[in-house]
Design a protein around this ligand. Structure first.
Ligand SMILES: Cc1ncc(C[n+]2csc(CCOP(=O)(O)OP(=O)(O)O)c2C)c(N)n1
Length: 385
């Protein structure tokens, strides 16, 4: 019997090979998310090197974040009082939404999920129309063509494909507008999102993928969605991705501007991962205390995007108390207007649900309408048992 041959390479070359292999496979050190204003309100770069550093922009970002939070607080209260069927709070995500929305041009076209109330506000969608959807008196709420802000999509990730298709059509028409898809960390696990990334990459589609990584997909933590930082996924598909501090409105604004310039310049798609936190429940039907450690919430509360910008504005002398008083007054007026509108909102015409299903009608829908009419009559027809 012959002894088995030892195929192992000598020790020295094994080390060289392992080093070479590791150069391909080692996870490089992950830097912290890009930040321009730290949680204590200080700038991370000198003002002259901070992109977009203009007092007027900072005040606008603060005002719109405050208005978004007010809408959110009021809608949450309205739901608790039985006036809305459901509400998905955006608490904590104001900077990610308002910072990015202010980087867009009016002719860019936004495809939101169902929590983008701050983006809707910045695009000029009437907040009353947003709450109307969650009161269940409309299937849409607004005309997307008026603000280039599409209707909310409740099917997680589906609209990321729609945005990519729309972007491809923009390019074909010779427009330099950009399509923007807002989605969450949970959505990143959907096949639709992976398919959209592939199509966008190979067609150089002018689409911005804006992922709000708020750490939770209902009760599933982001660690159940991915083993690597989400922004790095873009590289695997062949386009750039950046992780930005999603609680820093100025940094989000600067990174989104950079991404949009890249896309408009013909560079193809771009992924922005806004690293943030959903401080509230997933929706008003959810109880995060059942799955979320309280210490985690406290840790993120200390990074509150509104407090951060307010501290900076005050310390830098860019906003006096008068400014904040005026914003508070506007917020109160908004809350009052939304509450009044919800309470006086007429119920929709019941058969309206069959309208607009198809552009030119459909025999099956007509049949369903007749069946529903008959069902409705059964409540008032004295002949029926
Ligand atoms: C295709 C699909 N699967 C499941 C659901 C149920 N669902 C609604 S929201 C949600 C979690 C989404 O999490 P994420 O994408 O991180 O967004 P977030 O709500 O945190 O903003 C799930 C699973 C759905 N609406 N659509």
């Amino acid at each position: 019997m012959t002894a088995p041959t030892d195929h192992r390479p000598p020790e020295a070359s094994a080390t060289a090979f392992t080093d070479a292999l590791n150069a391909f496979t080692d996870r490089p050190h992950e830097p912290p998310p890009l930040q321009l204003i730290a949680p204590d309100g200080t700038l991370t770069l000198p003002p002259e090197q901070t992109p977009g550093y203009r007092p007027a922009l900072l005040r606008t970002l603060y005002r719109d974040m405050r208005m978004s939070r007010e809408l959110d607080t009021e809608a949450t209260a309205l739901q608790r009082q039985g006036e809305l069927g459901l509400w998905p709070p955006l608490l904590g995500q104001e900077a990610a939404q308002v910072g990015s929305a202010h980087a867009l041009r009016p002719d860019d076209y936004v495809f939101p999920s169902y929590r983008e109330h701050g983006v809707a506000w910045c695009r000029g969608v009437d907040p009353v129309d947003v709450v109307k959807l969650y009161r269940g008196v409309t299937n849409g709420g607004w005309d997307p063509r008026e603000t280039n802000f599409h209707l909310y999509t409740l099917v997680v990730g589906a609209h990321v494909l729609h945005a990519t298709g729309y972007a491809m059509s923009l390019a074909k028409r010779g427009s330099d507008a950009v399509a923007v898809a807002y989605f969450g960390d949970g959505a990143s696990s959907e096949g639709d999102v992976a398919e959209a990334f592939t199509f966008a990459a190979v067609h150089d589609a002018p689409v911005l993928f804006f992922c709000q990584n708020n750490q939770w997909a209902i009760s599933e933590p982001v660690t159940r969605q991915t083993n690597s930082p989400l922004h790095r996924r873009a590289r695997g598909f062949g386009f750039p991705g950046v992780r930005v501090d999603g609680n820093d409105a100025l940094a989000v604004h600067a990174v989104t501007r950079h991404a949009l310039d890249h896309i408009r310049g013909g560079g193809g798609p771009f992924l922005v991962e806004a690293f943030t936190y959903r401080m509230g429940a997933h929706t008003t039907s959810d109880d995060p205390t059942r799955y979320r450690p309280p210490a985690e919430l406290e840790q993120w509360r200390a990074k509150d995007p509104l407090a951060r910008l307010r501290t900076h504005l005050t310390a830098a002398g860019h906003a006096a108390p008068d400014f904040f008083d005026e914003v508070e007054q506007q917020a109160r007026e908004l809350a009052h207007r939304v509450r009044h509108a919800v309470r006086t909102m007429p119920d929709p015409e019941r058969l309206g649900v069959f309208d607009h299903v198809h552009a030119e009608g459909h025999a099956l829908v007509d049949e369903e309408r007749r069946g529903f009419e008959e069902y409705e009559r059964s409540f008032t027809d004295p002949e029926r048992p």
